[in-house]
Design a protein around this ligand. Structure first.
Ligand code: FES
Length: 199
């Protein structure tokens, strides 16, 4: 994973919190239902894995968690979002995930995920390290008349689709990184550990 490409100063902005961002038009929501297990700050700094319960994660919702001081996005894509992904391939810099630094081999697929509906990405722009805004709507936006959902980095206008794939012609050079992760069960993800036999 291209951890080295992440702006170091930016890493310090996020504390070890878990936040849910709702889908269309929703604001930040408290997430009392999340039963994420978080190791101590010291253990996290050392790279301890973190677990997150996605049983209550609804389509279009995004959870922000912290792993190794990095914001990690976990979100659930709807069938419509998945259908939109291949239609964007011609607008993207690396639609086939050929840059092997940006994801483990088990996420080098059209949805850049182990399970198509569940996305797990490091939420830091690969340009200068800002955290892009989640814009899940599959409808035109002021910054893109052909918008079909994704992430927008307002500072220098980089765009990523809902598979974390970077658009062509924007400052960000690469797709968002996919951190090592595995499913412990249908509803529990562990970030920081590869699936058995996949490392
Ligand atoms: S940091 Fe994202 S576009 Fe510059």
């Amino acid at each position: 994973m291209a951890e080295h490409s992440v702006n170091q100063g930016r890493r310090r902005f996020l504390t070890a919190t878990t936040t849910v961002v709702g889908g269309v038009g929703a604001a930040f929501l408290a997430a009392p239902f999340l039963k994420s297990w978080q190791p101590s700050a010291r253990a996290q700094a050392a790279g301890a894995p973190v677990q997150i319960d996605i049983s209550k994660l609804e389509q279009g919702q995004l959870i922000i968690m912290s792993w190794r001081g990095l914001p990690v996005w976990v979100f659930r894509r709807s069938p419509e979002m998945l259908q939109a992904l291949p239609t964007l391939d011609g607008n993207l810099r690396d639609p086939q995930s050929r840059n092997t630094d940006q994801q483990p081999v088990y996420a080098a697929n059209p949805h850049r995920a182990i399970r198509p509906e569940i996305a797990v990405y490091v939420g830091i722009c690969t340009h200068l390290g800002c955290s892009p805004t989640f814009v899940p709507e599959l409808t035109p936006q002021p910054f893109d008349a052909d918008w079909k959902g994704g992430f927008f980095c307002p500072c220098h206008k980089s765009r990523f689709d809902l598979a974390g794939r970077v658009y062509s012609g924007v400052p960000a050079p690469t797709n968002l990184p996919v951190p090592p992760h595995r499913f412990i069960s249908d509803t529990l993800i562990e970030v920081g550990v590869d699936p058995e036999g996949a490392a």
